[in-house]
Design a protein around this ligand. Structure first.
Ligand code: DGL
Length: 282
């Protein structure tokens, strides 16, 4: 696999947003709504989604390739709008790859902004996390939450069918009910004191109506988009040197490793306005 290009432009560029597929659009939507003035470049690796059941090495390699592409297209700052990639690839990219490519480029994830905030929501100090197998098995959330909220009891439930339901546009179908209910029942059985449920996968907000239907009404649901957007805004305020490397045309461009037409159609549904995606090969 080729390394990151070392011919990277130093000219300002868009903010890169990466996900294995459509899920990162739920984060991009919140980022764009909070900071509409910047340019954005979204990359969905739909051809290789889902990432959730893949090995550490595989998620790292795929994520590294996608980040490399976003850098080579002018991004200085990339948000991994994917929990699986944030849990399994972010640290290695930050510690191993970035110093070799360009120590001034940045890759940020979605786990930390969420972990920082979750303790504000729970009264019982019992929280649940639904996420992909990869995110749950990595224990990243337990470790990150413990840094900020050591008293919280965290119970994770892997939901391996939820991402395929979204990627295949079946998330609103009656068939999805079975898988949503099964995992939420499992989770609440394991810890009935849970009063806050974190959607630890950026695809899951698309299942929100069903999730609410099958949860006790006392349980609050935490989707990540807003927290990630506010954390990014805060980061840019604290790092004017990075802010000056972002172009401000108010545009969004969408890339997918799968068929552009299908992406455009689904992305328009998720974002609520028409989108014209472009196909790329990595
Ligand atoms: N949106 C990704 C996440 O937040 C989905 C992972 C997958 O492709 O399985 O984890």
């Amino acid at each position: 696999m080729p390394p990151f290009s070392n011919n990277l432009s130093s000219l300002p560029g868009p903010i890169g947003v990466f996900d294995s597929g459509y899920g990162g659009l739920t984060v991009l939507r919140e980022i764009m709504s909070l900071m509409p003035g910047y340019d954005y470049l979204y990359l969905g690796d739909n051809a290789r989604a889902p990432y959730g059941s893949r090995s550490f090495e595989c998620v790292y390699e795929f994520t590294r390739q996608c980040v490399g592409r976003l850098f080579s297209m002018g991004c200085h700052l990339v948000v991994l709008a994917c929990n699986t990639a944030s849990a399994k690839a972010l640290r290695t990219i930050q510690q191993h790859d970035l110093p070799l490519i360009d120590p001034h480029r940045r890759v940020l994830g979605v786990v930390r902004p969420t972990a920082e905030s979750i303790g504000h929501l729970s009264q019982t100090a019992h929280v649940g996390i639904v996420a992909t197998q990869g995110t749950i098995r990595s224990h990243t959330y337990q470790m990150e939450i413990a840094k900020f909220w050591p008293h919280l009891q965290v119970t994770g439930e892997a939901c391996p069918m939820w991402v395929p339901l979204v990627e295949n546009n079946e998330h609103l179908s009656a068939g999805a009910d079975y898988f949503v209910q099964r995992h939420l029942d499992n989770l609440m059985r394991r810890d009935p004191l849970i009063d806050t449920l974190l959607l630890g996968c950026t695809h899951y907000p698309l299942l929100l109506t069903k999730i609410r239907r099958f949860l006790p009404s006392t349980v609050k649901v935490m989707a990540q988009g807003g927290y990630v957007a506010r954390s990014l805004s805060d980061y840019l305020n604290r790092h004017p040197e990075m802010e000056s490397r972002i172009t401000c045309g108010g545009t969004a461009r969408f890339l997918t490793t799968e068929q552009a037409d299908a992406f455009s159609q689904n992305a328009s549904l998720f974002l609520g306005h028409p989108v014209q995606a472009e196909h790329i090969t990595l």
